[in-house]
Design a protein around this ligand. Structure first.
Ligand code: SF4
Ligand code: SF4
Length: 440
């Protein structure tokens, strides 16, 4: 399968569009009144100027291209100390903006191709992918352990390998293998059963979406699993009647929606299949009057926007022919696909709940710190950064932080433990499951 994954050389002209202005340092609300706060987890932890955030990383890209910089441990470390959260991209206002995360990942791809990347601790991610088809070194049979309560309750989940279903619930590796995050697929499946959704899972035959491999620069391993998944999706559509793929994982969602679209056969493989996040699926039911939330949760909650369901899904408007500004000019951003309003509308639809917003939200959200391979490569930093986000949530007076990503779920709860905070991160599906009555 042909892929349009650019290398550093192909991005060279974009790389030179960075003016080193430094706007990418902080999250802005242009006001009035004007507000600003840190946006780059790497800059916040390790110091910004010329070293960590996109301004510095773009200088590394230029150096690598010109040959003035050669890989060494320090440079490699600087390139991988980044959650690829795209916070810097949100702040940049210049023509360079649409390409920033791609440039960071292209440097990582070069590091892998040059035989030096990823970071030694991250190598186990791709080794595990090769051996187990998941990044958690989890044996295949463990992938379905989260379904045990359903079997015990005599409410088995359909095995889509042998039975038809309209909806494929693509669980994702974090929900399946990360013990605390298993509450996410459990709540999702419980909701689907209560709603009478005709859904099934691939079970032991599900393989990783490849998101982590892509984020750390191993495009070969990403392509291997992505191609297998695209073939599986197509086969499930033809043989099992699948017309919707639903996932509760922000990373899988971003990968299937955006990374997979770089494949030449993407449209054909997903012909007749809609890929949506669980919250979007539930929101459509809510709008149609088919999501009857009856219980009451008298809680104050704050909402954390995962990077992968937020600004990673931006679509940038570029003046391609020079008729609006100049050729290649960044003209604007389309946030239509970003899941900013949908989770908030669902939270507000839960009886008794009060939503209290943090300062940095939506496109200005502060990353949990776990993405881009950082949770594996720099576990301490990932948890410290998560503590900062939890502290920000505590300032709102909320009892719980809510999100829509098993990765954020794990990392933010680790961050809460670090500072012995009573605040807990719950996934939105866990809340909805609590207030959704059983199917009568
Ligand atoms: S990435 Fe954008 S905001 Fe940051 S220094 Fe470069 S041009 Fe300026
Ligand atoms: S992607 Fe995030 S962590 Fe990486 S340089 Fe940009 S703001 Fe910093």
């Amino acid at each position: 399968m042909e892929w349009k994954i650019p290398d550093l050389k192909e991005l060279e002209e974009k790389i030179w569009r960075c003016t080193a202005c430094g706007t990418c340092k902080v999250a802005y609300e242009f006001g009035p009144p004007t507000k600003s706060a840190e946006i780059c987890p790497a800059g916040a932890e390790f110091g910004f100027e010329g070293f960590m955030a996109s301004k510095g990383k773009i200088a590394f890209a230029r150096g690598l291209l010109s040959g003035e910089l050669q890989w060494d441990d320090e440079l490699l470390d600087a390139v991988y100390k980044c959650t690829v959260c795209a916070g810097c991209q949100s702040q940049c206002q210049l023509d360079h903006k649409p390409y920033i995360p791609e440039i960071i990942e292209a440097m990582r791809r070069k590091a892998v191709e040059d035989g030096i990347g990823p970071m030694p601790t991250q190598k186990k991610i791709t080794q595990s992918l090769r051996s187990y088809n998941n990044p958690y070194q989890g044996p295949r049979r463990v992938r379905t352990d989260w379904t045990r309560p359903f079997k015990k309750a005599k409410k088995p989940i359909k095995d889509i390998n042998i039975e038809p279903a309209q909806v494929l619930f693509y669980v994702g590796c974090t929900g399946a293998f990360n013990l605390p995050a298993r509450s996410v697929p459990v709540a999702t499946a419980s909701i689907f059963q209560k709603l009478g959704v005709d859904f099934g899972i691939l079970g032991e035959n599900e393989i990783c979406c490849g998101s982590t491999a892509m984020r750390i620069g191993d495009s070969s391993e990403f392509k291997r699993v992505a191609e297998e998944n695209l073939e599986t999706f197509k086969r499930l559509h033809l043989d099992r009647g699948v017309n919707t793929i639903v996932t509760s994982c922000a990373g899988c969602y971003r990968a299937i929606k955006k990374d997979y679209s770089l494949a030449a056969g993407y449209e054909e493989s997903l012909n007749g299949i809609k890929v949506i996040h669980t919250v979007e699926f539930l929101y459509n039911l809510l709008k149609g009057g088919k999501l009857n939330l009856e219980g009451k949760l008298p809680w104050k909650v704050t909402y954390h926007d995962p990077c992968h369901t937020g600004r990673h899904l931006n679509k940038f408007i570029i003046d391609k022919d020079g008729t609006q500004l100049w050729k290649g000019a960044y003209v604007g951003v389309n946030e239509e696909e970003c899941l900013y309003d949908i989770p908030r509308e669902l939270i507000k639809a839960i009886p008794g709940i009060e939503l209290r917003e943090m300062g940095r939200i939506r496109a200005n959200s502060y990353c949990c710190g776990g993405g881009g391979g950082v949770m594996t490569g720099y576990g301490e930093w990932a948890a410290t950064n998560a503590s900062k986000r939890i502290s920000e949530g505590m300032e709102t007076g909320a009892d719980y932080m809510v999100s829509i990503c098993p990765f954020c779920h794990y990392n933010l709860n680790e961050g809460a433990k670090r500072i012995q905070s009573a605040m807990k991160l719950l996934d939105l599906v866990e809340l909805i499951d609590q207030v959704l009555p059983e199917l009568s």
